[in-house]
Design a protein around this ligand. Structure first.
Ligand code: GN1
Ligand code: MG
Length: 363
């Protein structure tokens, strides 16, 4: 942990002219450490320590983010939008290097403008899910003609075949002896039953019938900012913007928004996949994404709604087996509780596929 003094010194490397009054923790991301920087001037800032154990190529990461924010900004300007600084993130440069990150050779940091009067939520109702669907569809549509080449900031991030392989490796190594437990064995057996079905996106891609597009890849509800009137301002957390299947954005939003409880709630009996949220989100998403969606992408959206709880269950479970090395945890069984929760959500979504499919077909 850095002291207040050290954090202030880090911020001092960026092009901020006003006096820094305070640096305090912000938000609840599972990967990076985030702080709000309060200044004596009109703008405040967000300071983030980039987790470079996970994002190993920070240069590529910040390149992607630069390209994406620049491209969106240009589109907003062309469309004559007002208040653009609240509709796309702005990253500050380090004058000494011209880069949008600062490093002491060990830790990596970046600073962006704090968006004023903006709110994030952990849950949304159907009305806002529909707005969110439209916003993520728009985000993908805006990036469809980006001239730059974006790399994969985490290679094969949402590749289900890879995630399944990583789980098998974790199980084979069993580094902290967690495979002895009966429940753990049962969870593994259940996950393996669906592996074939859940890896179909990669097969469709190899057959040439499923394209990769620039997606956000972390469309959790709390990665979207709303103004005080409930209008969507912008999407945040751009670390994982990269080429992927559209299933990433569609599925990961519903994984968080359509769950009746939080992803780590231990009240597993209460976990259920909400069809009202699904219908609202799908309606908004298809409204803006129909300009580029192919029939194969559209008809597989119900599969995406199942894939993401499944993939997240696999990822949380693999991390539990590995001894909690990836996700931040608050107590020893946190990743196991998350796994139970996501597995239950997966079962619930799977049982609603016919209903989802007929709804999608009606749009
Ligand atoms: C991580 O950084 P955060 O908390 O928004 C993770 C996502 C998971 C999510 C689960 C880079 O997102 O993929 O879905 O936790 N991000 C990375 O809550 O692994
Ligand atoms: Mg986040």
């Amino acid at each position: 942990m850095k002291t207040q003094e050290e954090l202030r010194r880090i911020v001092g490397n960026f092009e901020i002219r006003d006096e820094i009054l305070d640096v305090a923790p912000l938000g609840n991301g599972l990967i990076n450490d985030t702080f709000i920087v309060k200044t004596s001037g009109k703008d405040n800032y967000v300071l983030q320590r980039i987790n470079n154990a996970i994002f190993q190529d920070v240069e590529l990461l910040q390149h992607n983010i630069d390209c994406v924010t620049r491209h969106i900004r240009e589109k907003l300007v062309k469309a004559g939008e007002s208040d653009i600084d609240r509709k796309v993130l702005t990253f500050l440069r380090v004058p000494a290097t011209g880069k949008t990150y600062w490093t002491d050779g060990e830790t990596y940091w970046r600073v962006s403008l704090f968006i004023k009067d903006a709110y994030t939520y952990e849950t949304v109702d159907p009305k806002y899910s529909c707005f969110a669907g439209e916003a993520f569809g728009n985000f993908e549509a805006m990036l469809a003609d980006i001239p730059d080449t974006l790399g994969e900031t985490i290679p094969d991030f949402h590749n289900m075949e890879l995630r399944a392989r990583q789980l098998r490796e974790a199980v084979a190594a069993d580094p902290v002896g967690r495979m002895e437990d009966e429940e753990v064995k049962e969870i593994l057996a259940e996950l393996l039953v669906y592996e074939e079905e859940m890896t179909k996106a990669e097969r469709m891609h190899r057959e040439g019938i499923l394209p990769k597009r620039i997606c956000h890849c972390d469309t959790k509800v709390n990665n979207m900012m709303f103004d005080a009137d409930g209008n969507i301002l912008c999407v945040i957390d751009l670390d994982t913007v990269m080429p992927s299947f559209v299933f990433s954005d569609f599925g990961d939003f519903l994984r968080t928004a359509a769950n009746t409880v939080a992803e780590d709630s231990p009240e597993i009996d209460k976990v259920d996949f909400r069809m009202d949220i699904f219908e609202a989100f799908a309606t908004g998403y298809i409204r803006s994404a129909k300009v580029f969606l192919t029939p194969v992408e559209k008809e597989n959206l119900p599969y995406a709604a199942c894939l993401f709880p499944y993939m997240q269950a696999v990822r949380f479970f693999a991390d539990y087996i590995n001894g909690d090395v990836y996700y931040k945890i608050k107590y020893p069984e946190h990743n196991l509780v998350r796994t139970r929760n996501q597995l239950k959500l997966f079962r619930s979504a799977l049982s609603k596929v016919p209903e989802m499919s007929s709804f999608i077909a009606s749009l």
